[in-house]
Design a protein around this ligand. Sequence first.
Ligand SMILES: [Zn+2]
Length: 348
Amino acid sequence: MRALTISAHGTLDRLELRDDVPVPALARPTDVRVRIEAAALNHLDLFVVGGMPGVHIVPPWVLGADGVGVVEAVGAAVDGVAIGDRVVLNPGVSDRTCDYCLAGEQPLCPRFRLLGEHLPGTLAEFVVVPAANVRAIASDVPAEVAAAFPLATLTAWRMVVSRAHVRPVDHVLIWGIGGGVALAALQIAKRIGATVWVTSGSDEKLARARAMGADHLLNHRRQDVPKVISDATGKRGVDVVIDSVGEATWARSLQALGRAGRLVTCGGTSGPMLQTDVRRLFWNQWTIMGSTMGNDSEFDAVVGELRAGRLAPPVDSVFDLADGRAAFERLVTGAQFGKIVVRVGASR
Ligand SMILES: [Zn+2]
């Protein structure tokens, strides 16, 4: 089959489109094989290309976490999913046997694995996943939208709804609007009815976020984000910060956070090491939370939104699999607003 792969870590020069990758076999009776229509890129894919501690790839390694496609083989123990179903994929695969999984908290599974990072990914004609990782969607959901949806929306849903418990009265600050998780967080927070502050270094991205319902726009290159928020809220600050940037934003995230504020992070695209003044942490009674991916019920919730025509992610650009490198180059620029999608198979 055709697939976008790497056989060693390094720069984007390592990307290799191959047509000789074996079609993956069903490994367990609970697996399904999906013929991919479209996949979408995430920052994770760049980390995998570059190499991460503890992650070992088996060449030729298929990249990609997000995808949509049609089920074309099912294991003997699969029920509820049938050949011909059009499905979106939950990129997080858990063992379903540990205490966390049995309690319904699959992202806490000690054996949690991600498509494209620990398991062969979606930038290929076929991928094999457990049936528990797929949800059926209608044929009229555009492939680009469905491919762009799962990882970012699931991650943002857990952050905004399950972890931060954002309420309509809350002011929410979201850094770096334009990235998939940030945009999904904006959509979810507005759906709840919160007041949302978004930042970007690009006025054009801010204008597009305004069109999606953002209440307050901050250009973090030109403006002192915590000061503007402090002045505008009578020194109250925001109730919730959604931060996936890490080193570059952490100090300002905390400066912007009001009393009893909640900060949720799902990553550190600018770097991992952070400094926090413990005196401000306890005095302001902050809650600092990590979050990653989402559990089965959160995946059901976001797919329910997609089926209802809500939370459709903005699609920045669409590339053919043959132009996969150009898609990755677009991701590296950071110029995108929304998801970068890679078309793999025929459109329906
Ligand atoms: Zn588990």
